[in-house]
Write a protein that binds this ligand. Sequence first.
Ligand code: 6LW
Length: 513
Amino acid sequence: MSPVLPNPAVPGFNPDPSICRAGDDYYLACSSFEYLPGVPLYHSRDLATWEPIGHVVTRPEQLALRDIPTLGGVWAPTIRFRDGRFWLVVTDAMGRGNLLFTAEDPAGPWSDGLPLEVEGIDPDLAWDGDGTAVVTFSGLVLAGEHMGEHRGIQQLRIDLETGRALEPARSIWSGTGLKFPEAPHLYEIDGTWYLMIAEGGTERGHGVSIARGPAPDGPFEGAPGNPFLSARSTSWPVQNAGHGDLVQTTDGGWAMVLLGMRARGATQAFSPMGRETFVTGVEWVDGWPVAEPLDVISGSEPLEETADLSGPALGVEWLTIRTPAAEWSALDERPGTLVIHGDGSTMDDPRPHFVARRQQHEAARFSARVDPGDGLAGLSLRIDESHHYDIEAGGGIARARARVGPLCQTWERAIGPGPVTLSVDIRPTGGAAGFATAPDVVHLGVENGDGVAELAALDGRYVSAETAASFTGRVVGLYAVEGAAAFDEIRYHGRDGAPAPDPAVLSMSGETA
Ligand code: 6LW
């Protein structure tokens, strides 16, 4: 097992990672909540470099996201490779429930999604000695008369052809008693069955615990030092570590992928990118796993990308909220541009006409040239409908907006007609410059023939995972409210590592221009 693997392994919000290996190839799946396409998939051959290869959900009818509440949608997939086939089980929370998807090729296409007779969340898939499929899951009931009840970790044998349970669910080992036992994964290793779970909740108290037993259903004995991995009460640069999945590596060693958060600011209280995917090495001592701590972050490589608008569709890194981009945008209407049609929906609405990518770096600059025509369009840095910072243009006006819960403030400036370049420039504070509890400052600007003007420099705390109590993290992207807006020169620049203190921190008034 290589000593230290680059982390975050998959930057940007990519929570609840699950991993499998097919020969020399590793595949990773993550949660995606209200975003489409759903269930992002990544590939690696060395656990160090990961490339996005597509999604399980590429046809909206595979899930029921259109009216999903925020926080709902795709929760906690498990991906496995068996008999030359990829199997993925996942919860479409407050939507279609627990589903099974399969594919010959992980890059797709995947099946339509078979409903499973499983009442809970975080389904895991394993096969017992005689090849019968076993689903182990967290008994959190999301609907019906028992909504909100938590029955601990549960398990049942299931028919993967019909989705029907072959027996009633039974409760099995559920950890050391910390809250929210979830994210179970079952492994048979050298004849012993291991049950690994997350417990403590996905916030700062998160951790990974494990137990072992003679059979898939136990009885299980918990490991002496559970949770055997947790960042709680440490000053690790990665917090909330938990929700892990193990994989045996090509050299016979072991590794674990798990979620964590780059909590920033002087009090390590705010995580702009939310829950990301991390990887760590695992050794076995007396039949129990010992994981390397996540106290080192190497940071991801600097990135400079300009969106490819040559069509027919945007790259796999682009996401939309609850409705597919094809319904309201096009790359062939004005060749060389992305045209987004507004329907009056704004970034405060559940189905904005907004296409975005994850913020993946602590310092990031996103800009695009937009021709709003006679409509209204802009860029937004978003966590959810109630937490977003926007910069838009239309009707000869440039407008910056801060939406934080019930509060909304705008800053305006007259601009000439025609295309303008809008920018969202995120500069980390590094906790330096005095006692900056803010993780970063978000600068909203407009550039046209008259030069660059900054309309607002906003405290990043208010669009961070903790403030929004979000399961996701920031995405940054393009929207249209009215008319047909044409976007091009769509650029993302990102880098990690020690930031230059942001002068705006010293004068954070929210208004600089
Ligand atoms: C996921 C569960 C969880 O299903 O949140 O907080 C859900 N923990 O494991 C969404 O990430």
